[in-house]
Design a protein around this ligand. Structure first.
Ligand code: IPM
Ligand code: MG
Length: 363
């Protein structure tokens, strides 16, 4: 199969981790006889440095022309990087929000599962994770607080800032339908997370989710308040299958979910629209503090490439080959610094590049 893959290397550790994912994709194309053509696309700080803005119309057009896009991470150190002297709409993050919106990537899938080999890297107590966990956070990605009106004004001599949280029923319905579809292929449970005891947007969210649930009698649907969900994630993560939630709650809960797997460096993500197109990126950030040191964990990006094969290209066997290689490398004891066992048990410490090489060897 000949496929066009856009590559946004991005900022911070982005270029390092993307290089490893591309290496893995090349191993897959070699083994399974596909042709992947890569098209470099600038976004975030890397685009600011060249074009003065984090996302150009040309970059959007080029992304749209691909079958899928693989991304590293964007953004820098807010204290020291010149990018953060720019107004907010010209900073790196605005590029990421812009491309999500421009490509209508409303469904963000963030799978958080515990690899048994990494149980000793998880900050959770052994008895809590004894039976493991495997959940899919489904985060709405193009609505809510992230895309409401925002402004700062002075009222009666006092400066105040306003962010609005708006969801219409269609925005809720389409992500809910996606969540139930995905649950049907998993353990048939959807837990919708909201703040319906306070927010109107959450009450509408709950109503629409219930309507969608009524069309899916084979899927168990439950609702949970977000504060409770944050607590349940560390108390009993095994209870979750698909966790469906709005943009901001999903941002927060997915960082939490990733950390209990051992490291933010393990969590891939897929951002999908109504077509087969998707943007695939690790859930973690650009980690400017460790950029260029060759120590970042490339696994989240490599697993994001696997999600691309599965969701955009329907290459399930190839995706599985990557997942198995990652599992094997962990079984064989290789660890980047973020996932070393906390109890002093044996491991082989590797850097970004060697982790990529060891995974390629196992494909
Ligand atoms: C994420 C990131 C982004 C978000 C930032 C960089 C804007 O935290 O993808 O989770 O909040 O969506
Ligand atoms: Mg986040």
């Amino acid at each position: 199969m000949g496929l066009k893959i856009g590559v946004i290397r991005g900022d911070g550790i982005g270029p390092e981790i993307v290089a490893e994912a591309v290496k893995v994709l090349d191993a897959i194309s070699g083994k399974f006889g596909h042709t992947f053509e890569y098209e470099e696309i600038l976004m975030g700080g890397a685009s600011i440095d060249v074009h003065g803005i984090p996302l150009t119309d040309e970059a959007i057009a080029r992304a749209k022309a691909q079958d899928a896009v693989l991304m590293g991470s964007i953004g820098g150190d807010a204290k020291t990087s010149p990018w953060y002297k720019l107004p907010p709409e010209k900073r790196p993050e605005a590029g990421l929000l812009g491309i999500r919106k421009a490509l209508a990537l409303f469904a963000n899938l963030r799978p958080a599962k515990l690899y048994p080999e990494l149980a000793k890297a998880s900050p959770l107590r052994d008895d809590i994770i004894a039976d493991g966990f495997d959940m899919m956070i489904m985060r709405e990605l193009t609505g809510g607080l992230y895309f409401g009106k925002r402004y700062t004004e002075v009222v009666d001599g006092l400066t105040q800032a306003v962010d609005t949280l708006i969801y219409n029923e269609n925005e809720i319905r389409r992500i809910a339908i996606r969540a139930f579809d995905i649950a049907a292929k998993r353990n048939k449970k959807v837990c919708s997370v909201d703040k319906a005891n306070v927010l109107d947007s959450s009450r509408l969210w709950r109503k629409i989710v219930d309507e969608v649930a009524a069309d899916h009698p084979d899927i168990e649907c439950s609702h949970m308040l977000v504060d409770n969900a944050a607590m349940q994630l560390v108390k009993d993560p095994g209870q979750f299958d698909v966790v469906l939630t709005e943009n901001m709650f999903g941002d927060i809960l997915s960082d939490e979910a990733s950390m209990i797997t051992g490291s933010l460096g393990m969590l891939p993500s897929a951002s999908l629209n109504e077509t087969k197109f998707g943007l695939y990126e690790p859930s973690g950030g650009s980690a400017p503090d460790i950029a260029g040191k060759g120590i970042a964990n490339p696994i989240a990006t490599i697993l994001s490439a696997a999600m691309m094969l599965q969701f955009s290209f329907d290459l399930d066997e190839e995706a599985k080959a990557i997942e198995n290689a990652v599992e094997q490398v962990l079984k064989d004891g290789y660890r980047t610094i973020d996932i070393v066992p906390r109890d002093g048990s044996d491991f082989v410490q590797v850097g970004t590049k060697e982790m990529g090489d060891r995974i390629v060897e196992r494909i």
